[in-house]
Design a protein around this ligand. Structure first.
Ligand code: PDD
Length: 280
């Protein structure tokens, strides 16, 4: 039986209940994080917690726990799960209140976390993506649970037989429905800047760091629709997927239609980095 964390208690999933007046339920008023666990270590823990802090303060919720308390709480879930590699989901909502749009700063947040075995992921052969209008709001740097636009965009992708929707706003790439985007154009790697129109992905930031450290380099700069469609390579990144090559965009083949050589180098570097973390 899977154990989850809810408001200070560890309990079986089927016993974890929240009120229908929880603002997460009525307003989507909350934020979340997804952490990956490799060999029982939480990968990029500090970076995820920093982003959680940023999301919470952006929506005026006081962080209910210290970093150490978060670590203890999450590690308890990790230890209770028999799998070495896991995906950890954490959500904080503004808690229960009368259904009123106005915020009451004294509301007690609802804290929920669960861990599941990491499913087999092998997207290394590449995936298809479609290009869509970015229909989301202006505060995409907050990791909000209010995900209806992303859900609809992913559905559109699924209907087209694609894995992800790559989003365009004012003629420029922002990100994927639930991933960040990189391209290789004229042998230069590019990714859109962190200007509020994207989620500052933990994987994105690490890939930028590794690209710069390895000498390949990465330009955090605007990417036009034209550049996207003419790119030699397109990659999408997320904690869940790591770095995935896009081999077809709408009806157009990307590069020669198979994962590119820069992607192969970056994936190697990324895996080496992960292995080093596990030894420490
Ligand atoms: N989503 N951009 C968006 C809009 C996302 O939802 C995500 C991740 C990312 C990648 O961020 P990171 O590298 O920190 O995982 C970018 C998670 C995985 C989700 O919603 O399940």
């Amino acid at each position: 039986m899977q154990n989850v964390f809810l408001n200070g208690e560890y309990l079986p999933l089927k016993n974890a209940k929240v009120s229908v007046l929880d603002r997460g339920f009525t307003f989507g008023d909350g934020v979340y994080e997804v952490f990956l666990v490799y060999h029982r270590n939480i990968f990029r823990f500090e970076e995820h917690l920093q982003r959680l802090n940023n999301s919470l303060s952006a929506i005026y919720i006081k962080n209910p726990y210290t970093d150490e308390q978060w670590r203890e709480l999450l590690m308890t879930l990790v230890e209770n799960n028999p799998s070495d590699n896991q995906s950890l989901y954490l959500q904080v909502t503004r808690g229960m209140s009368d259904r009123d749009h106005a915020i009451d700063l004294t509301d007690q947040p609802t804290v929920f976390a669960m861990s599941k075995a990491l499913p087999e992921r092998n997207l290394s052969g590449g995936v298809n993506a479609i290009c869509c209008d970015d229909i989301r709001w202006k505060l995409c740097d907050i990791k909000a649970i209010t995900l209806l636009p992303s859900v609809l965009l992913r559905h559109q992708a699924a209907l087209a037989g694609a894995k992800e929707a790559i989003l365009l706003k004012d003629g420029h790439v922002t990100e994927g429905a639930a991933s960040n985007v990189f391209i290789v154009a004229g042998s230069r790697v590019k990714t859109p800047p962190k200007d509020g129109s994207i989620l500052p992905g933990i994987t994105r930031d690490l890939v930028v760091e590794l690209l710069n450290d390895s000498g390949i380099g990465c330009h955090e700069t605007e990417i036009s629709k034209e550049e996207l469609f003419n790119a030699e390579e397109i990659w999408i990144t997320s904690s869940t997927w790591e770095i995935v090559p896009v081999v077809k965009l709408d009806d157009q083949v990307v590069g020669n239609g198979s994962p590119g050589k820069v992607w192969k180098r970056v994936v190697d570097i990324y895996q080496q980095f992960k292995n080093r973390q596990q030894i420490v």
